[in-house]
Design a protein around this ligand. Structure first.
Ligand SMILES: Cc1cc2nc3c(=O)[nH]c(=O)nc-3n(C[C@H](O)[C@H](O)[C@H](O)COP(=O)(O)OP(=O)(O)OC[C@H]3O[C@@H](n4cnc5c(N)ncnc54)[C@H](O)[C@@H]3O)c2cc1C
Ligand SMILES: *[C@@H]1O[C@H](CO)[C@@H](O)[C@H](O)[C@H]1NC(C)=O
Length: 254
C-alpha cells in the first residue's frame, strides 16, 4: 500500500500482521489522536496542539541595571531556532540558545525538504547541513493507484543541478544545524529547559530555565525568540491563538 501525504510518501508494508501488531497500532493511533485533539487538563480543544503557530517573537528592551548576557535568547534548537541562531550569529549578534535536549532527536517530523527549502538553506549559508547525513536527492513525486503509476517532477530546469528536494533522517539534519550554529563562537548553545518568560510591566526581559544540572537560572536579553515547536508550553503565556486542527497525521510503520 502506498500512502502519499503532503510531506512524504511512506511505504507501509503490512505483511505478517499479527493480532498483537494490530492492537499496538490501534493503541498508538488512539494515543496520537487523543494528544492531538484533547489537551491534558481539559481546556479548550483548539489551542496549542497544532503546528499552525510554531514561532513567536517577543520584542523587549534591556532590563534596567541587570546583566544582559546576550543580544538574543532563543528558546529551542529545532530547525527554526538553529537556523535563526546561525543567521543572527553570522550577523555579529551574541546569541544564547537554550535547548531542552541536545541529543540527536529521534522523531518522524521532517524527513522531506522541498527544493524551496534547499534554496532557503543556500540563502542562509546552511546548505552543507544536508551533507554527510545520507540525504537522498528528491526530484518529485510518484503516484500509485490501482496498478497504475505516474510521476510529478519538480520544475527545476532553471536551477543549478544541485537544487532538488532532499530526504533524510530529521534528527541528523537537526544535529548538523545545531553544530553549524554552535560553531560560531558568538553563539552559546546550552542544554536547559525554559520554564517561564521573565516579564516586567508587560515586557519580556528574558527567561527562567533549568540547566543540565537542574540549577534554576535566569538569562536576560533585549530580545527573546521562542522557537519551542508545536507543543509549546510558553506560547500559552504569550497569546491565546484560536487554532483549529483541520487534519490529523497518523503514521503506521509495520
Ligand atoms: C508527523 C510529522 C511529519 C512532518 N513531516 C515534515 C516533512 O516531511 N517536511 C517538513 O518540512 N516538515 C515536516 N513536519 C513539520 C516540521 O516537523 C515542523 O514544521 C518543524 O519541526 C518545526 O520546527 P521548529 O524548530 O519550529 O520546532 P521543533 O522542531 O519542534 O523544535 C522545537 C525545539 O524546542 C525544544 N524545546 C521545546 N520546549 C522547550 C523549552 N521549554 N525549553 C527549551 N527547549 C525547548 C525542543 O526540544 C525542540 O528541539 C512534520 C511534522 C510532523 C508532526
Ligand atoms: C548549571 O549552573 C550552575 C550555576 O551557574 C553551574 O555551576 C553548573 O556548572 C551549570 N551546569 C552545567 C551543566 O552547565
Amino acid at each position: 500500500m502506498e500512502l502519499i501525504s503532503g510531506y512524504s510518501a511512506l511505504s507501509v508494508k503490512m505483511a505478517d500482521q499479527t493480532l498483537m501488531a494490530s492492537i499496538l497500532a490501534l493503541l498508538f493511533g488512539f494515543v496520537v489522536l487523543y494528544r492531538l485533539v484533547f489537551k491534558k487538563n481539559g481546556e479548550t480543544k483548539s489551542e496549542s496542539e497544532s503546528s499552525a503557530v510554531t514561532t513567536t517573537t517577543v520584542i523587549s528592551r534591556s532590563k534596567n541595571g541587570a546583566d544582559v548576557d546576550a543580544d538574543v535568547i532563543i528558546v529551542g534548537a529545532g530547525v527554526a531556532g538553529s537556523a535563526l541562531a546561525h543567521t543572527l550569529g553570522k550577523d555579529g549578534r551574541r546569541v544564547h540558545v537554550i535547548e531542552r535536549d541536545l541529543k540527536e532527536p529521534d522523531r518522524i517530523v521532517g524527513e522531506l525538504l522541498q527544493p524551496g527549502g534547499y534554496l532557503k538553506l543556500i540563502e542562509l549559508g546552511l546548505e552543507d547541513c544536508v551533507e554527510e547525513i545520507d540525504a537522498q536527492k528528491v526530484f518529485g513525486y510518484a503516484l500509485f493507484k490501482d496498478g497504475k503509476a505516474t510521476r510529478l517532477s519538480y520544475p527545476l530546469e532553471k536551477f543549478h543541478s544541485d537544487v532538488s528536494g532532499r530526504s533524510f533522517h530529521n534528527g541528523r539534519f537537526i544535529q548538523r544545524m545545531r553544530e553549524k550554529a554552535a560553531s560560531l563562537p558568538i553563539v552559546q548553545l546550552e542544554q536547559g529547559t525554559v520554564t517561564s518568560l521573565l516579564e516586567e510591566s508587560g515586557t519580556i526581559r528574558g527567561v527562567q530555565y533549568k540547566n543540565k544540572s537542574g540549577e534554576e537560572l535566569k538569562a536576560y536579553a533585549p530580545l527573546t525568540v521562542v522557537c519551542d515547536g508545536c507543543f509549546s508550553n510558553l506560547r500559552r503565556s504569550l497569546c491565546t491563538p484560536k487554532v483549529r486542527v483541520t487534519k490529523l497525521f497518523i503514521f503506521l510503520l509495520v
